[in-house]
Structures are given as structure tokens and as C-alpha cells.
Design a protein around this ligand. Structure first.
Ligand SMILES: CC(C)(COP(=O)(O)OP(=O)(O)OC[C@H]1O[C@@H](n2cnc3c(N)ncnc32)[C@H](O)[C@@H]1OP(=O)(O)O)[C@@H](O)C(=O)NCCC(=O)NCCS
Length: 196
């Protein structure tokens, strides 16, 4: 028996095949799309809430300011563009402000809820790792909610190791939450001193 044909799904699949998803630097004009992706996920509670001073949800101006400030520091802020639609974004920020930590970044990655499990996370993670390594960073750190299996699996696939378990550090949706800290090295890692 023939499988049922869904013309709308078929047309969508054809459109997807017509162009490849590209990864590019984000621009100011992308902020509303990135914000929509972010707000969707934090409302569902997947983010461990690592951003300092973020007791209120950010607005477009906050995101624009942060993007500009990271751009000035030459930190990657990238997105996945599927034929003009922002389907995900990722960025790195300094791990800590003190100069001793200048070769270490912490990162975030978010994929549009309608585009999960299409390889966008992999695409972004790979590009983010390459950009951070090319910029001379040596260690990359992520904080992941312990219940976030998708993110834990994605990080594991890219060689991140679990280096810390922070029990009950979050409180959301009426219960305490644990955070897992993951880390991987970049480029030569700690096998040689930094170039500058
Ligand atoms: C985590 C996230 C970025 C993954 O993005 P994605 O585009 O769906 O991931 P991909 O399709 O590239 O999948 C890559 C790998 O991640 C893992 N993965 C992704 N989603 C998964 C899920 N729901 N359950 C288990 N593993 C999953 C798998 O190992 C997968 O490889 P496979 O498809 O070969 O099995 C996405 O789920 C997301 O944006 N989640 C909400 C925001 C978030 O949690 N960000 C991280 C904060 S630390």
C-alpha cells in the first residue's frame, strides 16, 4: 500500500532542499528573530540561567547591546540562515572578566523550535568551535540544565566532558534545578602556551 502523501510537507521538503542552511555572523536586523527563539526556550525552562543580572527577560535593545559588545571583543556571534529564516544562533562570551581567563569562553546555542533535529545544532556548534579556536581561545565551557538531554547529547557529540555538577543552583517552575558544567579544549588546548 502506498504511503499517504502530504503535499504541504512535500513542498516544504523541496523548498528546504533548494537551498542549503548557511552559518553567518549575526547582524542587528537578526535580533528580533534571535530574541523570539530565545524567549520560546526560556519560557519552557531549558536555559540554566547563566546570564548574570538577568532577573527579567531581555528585550531587543539588550540583545543588540550584548551583540555589539561581543563584536567589539571579537567574540563569535553566529546564526544559521535557512533561505532567509533564522533557524538558530550561537555565541561565546568571556568565561570570566579577569585577564587570567582571557583564553577561555563560555557559550550558548539555541535552535528554533520548529527546526529541531535537522542538524542545525551540529552546524552551529561546529562553526562556533572553529571560530573560537581560530580566535585563539583554548577552552570552551557550557552550563547545561541537568534535565536538558538534547543539549547534553549535543555537547557530548562534540567532545565536551562533564567537569562539574552544581546541585540545586536554579529555581524555576516551582522546583530546584541542577546545572551540569561541560568543557572541551580548543586547538592545542593546554599543550602549549598562548601565542600572545
Ligand atoms: C540542544 C539543541 C541546540 C540541539 O539542536 P538541534 O538542531 O535539534 O540538534 P541536531 O539536530 O543538530 O542534533 C545533534 C545531536 O544532538 C543530540 N540531540 C539533539 N536533540 C536531541 C534530543 N531531543 N534528545 C536527545 N539527543 C538530542 C543528538 O545526539 C543529535 O545527533 P543525532 O541527530 O545524530 O542523534 C536544541 O535542542 C535547542 O535549541 N534546545 C533548546 C535550547 C537549549 O537547550 N540550548 C542549550 C542551552 S545549554
Amino acid at each position: 500500500m502506498d504511503a499517504k502523501v502530504n503535499p504541504a510537507a512535500e513542498a516544504q521538503a523541496e523548498r528546504r532542499q533548494a537551498h542549503a542552511v548557511i552559518v553567518r555572523n549575526s547582524r542587528d536586523g537578526d535580533v528580533p528573530a534571535m530574541l523570539a527563539i530565545y524567549l520560546h526556550h526560556i519560557r519552557r525552562g531549558v536555559d540554566p540561567g547563566i546570564e548574570e543580572n538577568e532577573f527579567e527577560t531581555p528585550d531587543a535593545e539588550d540583545l543588540k547591546r550584548r551583540r555589539k559588545s561581543m563584536q567589539r571583543r571579537k567574540m563569535p556571534h553566529i546564526l544559521a540562515d535557512d533561505g532567509g529564516v533564522v533557524v538558530g544562533y550561537a555565541y561565546a562570551v568571556p568565561f570570566r572578566k579577569r585577564p587570567a581567563y582571557r583564553y577561555c569562553v563560555k557559550h550558548s546555542i539555541y535552535v528554533n523550535n520548529d527546526h529541531l533535529r535537522r542538524g542545525i545544532g551540529r552546524l552551529l556548534m561546529s562553526a562556533l568551535i572553529d571560530s573560537c579556536a581560530a580566535a585563539g581561545f583554548r577552552q570552551m565551557i557550557g552550563y547545561i540544565d541537568a534535565a536538558n538531554r538534547a543539549s547534553l547529547a549535543l555537547h557530548e557529540a562534540f567532545g565536551f566532558r562533564q567537569v562539574g555538577y552544581l546541585p540545586s543552583v536554579g529555581y524555576k517552575f516551582g522546583h530546584w534545578t541542577d546545572t551540569i558544567m561541560v568543557q572541551r579544549s580548543l586547538g592545542p588546548g593546554a599543550t602549549e602556551p598562548p601565542k600572545s
